[in-house]
Design a protein around this ligand. Structure first.
Ligand code: TYD
Length: 282
């Protein structure tokens, strides 16, 4: 493990030299933070991939996966979208992610790098930073703190367990070049749930009252729904997710119950300042 800035060529280049594969998970990932402060977005989400791609030009790798997001398609109110759908990012985070995806695809076309771009739906699972909805609501409920539901709570996301996401990436790493290089793959599990449905499961699993739900001011530009079609990765690589949401979500909630030390450390200090700014002191 090397802790460093992916946009720093001096850190990245010697590491890529020693690598067979690059899978770039690193990003400024949180929509709410991107609405408050845009200063790190371009460096992390565009210059980062660019620096890694340049390192991979210098020291060729077998495959380079740029991990992306379904948010680049924007709000989807009709049928789940395929990889061919136009991009309509609607918040600063997803706009910056479009730049990273595009740079990676450009390095395939221009320099012939073995690049694959993936676009995954919302992840959940252990070790998710507690700014995200599922760990935030779970850890708040555990200490009888309110669950801040933005607006109506009817916004829908398609949820996939992080282990299934990683299995999909593994399948891409193992595939033949002619099946994947220069391609975009959606990754999703078809578990469409709205915020209130998930909050209900969290409260009932933890045996906490519904009075902990608190409707707060909506997120600016809050996308009502993301929905993508994972047909291409299923047809081409035979990938299907293994973890049912009905099992994965309670398991994840229990993981946070059993790993209080991990998230309590994160939710003190710097996080408290962020929380107060975002949600007000409560
Ligand atoms: P989030 O975990 O931030 O992921 P994303 O915005 O990338 O989909 O949010 C998931 C959903 O939960 C989204 O509709 C916003 C909503 N949400 C709340 O209602 N309250 C919160 O405090 C947070 C963080 C999210």
């Amino acid at each position: 493990f090397v802790r460093g800035d992916i946009a720093d060529a001096e850190v990245v280049t010697p590491l890529v030299e020693k690598a067979d594969y690059v899978v770039n998970f690193a990003a400024e990932t949180h929509v709410d933070r991107s609405i408050e402060d845009q200063s790190k977005l371009i460096r992390a989400n565009i210059e980062g991939p660019l620096t890694l791609l340049n390192a991979a030009r210098k020291h060729p790798v077998k495959r380079f996966i740029q991990v992306g997001t379904d948010e680049v398609y924007g709000e989807v109110m009709g049928d789940p979208v395929t990889e061919e759908a136009p991009l309509h990012p609607r918040n600063p985070y997803s706009a910056a992610k479009v730049g990273g995806d595009a740079m990676a695809m450009a390095y395939h076309a221009t320099f012939g790098l073995p690049v694959v771009v993936t676009r995954c739906s919302n992840n959940y699972g252990p070790y998710q930073y507690p700014e995200k909805m599922i760990p935030l609501f779970t850890t708040n409920a555990m200490v009888d703190k309110s669950l801040p539901v933005y607006g109506s709570g009817k916004n829908q996301r398609d949820w996939i367990h992080v282990a299934d996401h990683c299995r999909a990436l593994d399948a891409i790493l193992a595939a033949d070049a002619d099946q994947v290089d220069g391609e975009i793959f959606n990754i999703g599990a078809g578990n469409e749930k709205d915020v209130l449905q998930i909050a209900d499961i969290i409260l009932s699993t933890l045996d906490k009252p519904k009075s902990l739900l608190e409707h707060v001011t909506d997120r600016l530009g809050h996308d009502r729904r993301y929905a993508l079609s994972p047909a291409k990765i299923k047809e081409r690589l035979g990938f299907v997710p293994e973890i049912e949401f009905e099992d994965g979500l309670p398991q994840t909630i229990h993981w946070y119950v059993e790993n209080k030390d991990w998230w309590e450390r994160i939710k003190s200090g710097e996080f408290l300042k962020y929380y107060d700014q975002m949600y007000g002191k409560r």
